[in-house]
Design a protein around this ligand. Structure first.
Ligand code: PMP
Length: 406
């Protein structure tokens, strides 16, 4: 991987923060965007910015083609069988809500059980809480082992009432990879549907929905070099067919049958009412082609190397607590005796962007025994030199007041 060439693709890597070269280690929140993505969006906005699936003139067909080509890019990237299984959404949160309300609300009954775990992001708990309230279903938590979801943990709470398991493939805090293939195999033997939150896995790993037999998969464009406001809901076609839209409007109905009765279009269009986020989809398509150009296998290997390098350096310090030494994604840590937000301010003062807080996984604090953590999350464009600079700031942990008064 030619890192120098890759870094030149990301104009933001040349910016400064607090007078330092920006060291961006908050890729779990959102990633930087390569110029190719900005160019694709710019081209749509300036050269062929019509609506999609609305017109019968050449310009409109150009837009339709670009929009549907982006859908095909997504299909190829996650190895879905059919392009109709790819629904454009506003992001992972939107996709998870669509499954919870569109599928959960109509398929769950009083007493049914939904398995979650305490490491799940709020976007994969709150919709289920509400759907459980509305249907009388029950939320059950699978225990974690060393911060990881395991098949045994899932099995230990599965009953004949379990209908849905919703699980992040990679946790945004703990960084582990859940054994989804095994979980799904077990679930299907018991007629249980598995919803996968791929927000932190799809950008970093090879995704193969056929090999893993995934029922539903949610992810966001902005965490994989694409723009904000666009995401994907993948669903097996027959499941999407059984899922109700959660928004209705123009473009999604085939015809009016009678007063109050309409025939909806087939997936994915029944879910895409209203003018879609066309530049978002085109930007996501460009992001996918960019990632494919580098190669997801190389991306995975590079990130694993960066993480291992950072863990080794952090472990050599005696003022750092690491909460997930063995994970694969983000590193959750604290500078001993320093409140996480103060730590983040110290990093900021040194040009390093890391996240501090509960990371939208508020149920996890009891498990970790700590309310807030710092989180450093890498992407393929990060370097060992950036990690060295990050570690130097960690060493200065006791001087965090300098960030305010220094
Ligand atoms: N799930 C996980 C695991 C996440 O990390 C995030 C984003 N932090 C989401 C869901 C929600 O993604 P978005 O905010 O893009 O909808």
């Amino acid at each position: 991987m030619d890192i120098e060439k890759i870094r030149n693709d990301f104009p933001m890597l040349k910016t400064k923060m607090q007078g330092h070269d920006l060291i961006y280690l908050d890729n779990g929140a959102t990633t930087l965007k390569p110029k190719a993505v900005a160019d694709a969006i710019y081209e749509y906005l300036t050269c062929y910015s019509g609506n999609a699936h609305r017109g019968d003139y050449d310009l409109s067909h150009t837009v339709d083609t670009a929009f549907e080509n982006a859908r095909e890019d997504v299909r190829r990237f996650i190895n879905a069988k059919r392009v109709e299984e790819i629904v454009f959404t506003a992001g992972a949160t939107d996709s998870l809500n669509m499954v919870a309300y569109g599928y959960g609300l109509t398929h769950l009954h009083e007493g049914d059980e939904i398995i979650l775990n305490v490491a799940e992001h709020a976007s994969n708990t709150l919709p289920w809480f509400d759907v459980a309230k509305k249907t009388g279903a029950k939320i059950v938590y699978a225990p974690l082992t060393d911060g990881c979801v395991t098949l045994e943990g899932i099995k230990s709470v599965t009953t004949d009432k379990t209908k849905i398991i919703s699980v992040a493939i990679v946790s945004n805090v703990m960084g582990y990879v859940a054994p989804v293939k095994e979980i799904i195999k077990f679930a299907h033997e018991h007629d249980i549907i598995v919803v996968c939150d791929g927000a932190q896995s799809v950008p970093h790993h090879i995704t193969d929905v056929i090999a893993d037999d995934i029922d539903f998969l949610a992810f966001s464009g902005h965490k994989m070099c694409g723009p904000t406001g666009i995401g994907v809901l993948y669903g097996k076609y027959h499941l999407l067919d059984e899922t109700s839209p959660t928004r209705y409007g123009g473009g999604s109905n085939a015809r009016y049958k009678s007063n109050l009765e309409v025939d909806m279009k087939k997936p994915p269009y029944k879910f895409e009412s209203g003018t879609p986020n066309i530049e978002g989809a085109i930007g996501l398509g460009a992001a996918i082609r960019y990632l494919e150009g580098i190669g997801m296998k190389d991306i995975m290997e590079r990130e694993a190397k960066l993480r291992a390098y950072a863990i080794e350096k952090l472990k050599a310090l005696d003022n750092i607590t690491i909460y997930n030494e063995n994970g694969t994604g983000a590193i959750a840590f604290n500078i001993n005796n320093v409140f996480a937000q103060d730590g983040a301010s110290l990093f900021n003062a040194n040009g390093v962007a890391v996240r501090a807080g509960e990371h939208c996984a508020k149920l996890l604090d009891e498990y970790l025994g700590v309310r807030t953590t710092l989180r450093a999350s890498f992407y393929f464009y990060n370097t060992e030199e950036e990690i060295d600079a990050f570690v130097e700031v960690c060493k200065k942990g006791d001087d965090f007041l300098d960030a305010f008064f220094g």
